[in-house]
Structure formats: C-alpha cells, structure tokens
Design a binder for this molecule. Structure first.
Ligand code: 4NP
Length: 160
C-alpha cells in the first residue's frame, strides 16, 4: 500500500489552534473514508503544555460543533517531523518562521500557512485565542473548518 499522506498542524502551545485543526481535519477525513490514506497529528513550537489535553475552551467549542478532540495530548515539534510529514501547516507567521528556522532547506517546501488553503477567508493567520474571550475560540473554529475543507480538496487532487 502507498505511503500515507502525512499532515501535521502546528501552533505555539498545541492546546488551542492545532488540536482544533487536528480534530476537525480528522473528522473530515474519517467522513470521507480516507483515514487509511492520510496520517494526521498536531504539535507546538513551544513546550509549555506538553502532555496536556486541549484547552477546555477549545474542547467546548469543538464539541458544540460535533468534534471530539478530548483524546489529544500536546507535544512539541521535533526534527523528525520534517522528515515524516508531507504537509507541515503553521497557524500563524510566528510559528511559520519558527518552523523554517528549525528545518533544513530541503524541507522548506513542506511548511505552509494553514489558511492558504481556505477559500472563504482572506486572513492568513489563525489568531492566538489563549488570552482572549470566548468569541476568539469560535473564530478559530470557523477559520480551521474552512482551511480543513480546502486542504482535503487539495490533497485529494494532488496526492490521492
Ligand atoms: P495555541 O494557543 O498556540 O493555539 O495552543 C496558546 C496556548 C498557550 C499559550 C499561548 C498560545 N501560552 O502562552 O501558554
């Protein structure tokens, strides 16, 4: 069987934005019967929250929208990720730059801004919701849902 297409979502803490992307994209992939073809994970560029479940504010918004991500646990990006993953999707420019600084030039083309795959939103960054109010988490979900759909359409066209 062909190697799976491997997708890694990356934010700062791996407790808000990237686990939301992980949970949403995983459900889309499952709904389309593609879970044997696509490998999914998420990670953070910082280690502050390693081992923790997603932030309860993210988990609640996701649950309200039919996504269960309570099984996910935070981890930090490591060098092996640049070899293993085909799509390394940064939630914002700071994480994008951090990933580029960690990677070898031969891996640069795998690193992209996740929102480049959104058809509906002009924004390029998923804003960090950690220190803001509840509406920030809803907006994160909307952006993530849009980019997840665009990403899956792209992968189906390019890789499957
Ligand atoms: P995330 O959000 O990068 O979307 O997981 C954050 C989580 C924690 C912190 C910042 C952002 N923090 O500073 O602890």
């Amino acid at each position: 069987m062909a190697k799976k297409v491997a997708v890694l979502f990356v934010c700062l803490g791996n407790i808000c934005r990237s686990p939301t992307a992980h949970g949403v994209f995983r459900q889309l992939v499952l709904n389309q019967g593609l879970n044997e073809r696509i490998q999914i994970d998420s990670a953070g560029t910082a280690a502050y929250h390693v081992g923790k479940a997603p932030d309860s504010r993210s988990t609640l918004v996701a649950k309200e929208r039919g996504i269960d991500m309570s099984d996910l646990r935070a981890r930090k990006v490591d060098f092996g990720d640049f070899i293993e993953y085909d799509y390394i999707l940064a939630m914002d420019e700071a994480n994008f730059n951090h990933l580029k600084a960690m990677a070898l030039p031969e891996h640069y083309s795998k690193i992209k801004l996740f929102l480049d795959y959104s058809q509906e939103f002009e924004e390029r960054e998923v804003p960090d919701p950690y220190y803001g109010g509840a509406t920030g988490f809803d907006h994160v979900f909307d952006l993530v849902e849009s980019a997840s759909k665009g990403l899956l359409a792209h992968i189906k066209q390019q890789n499957l």
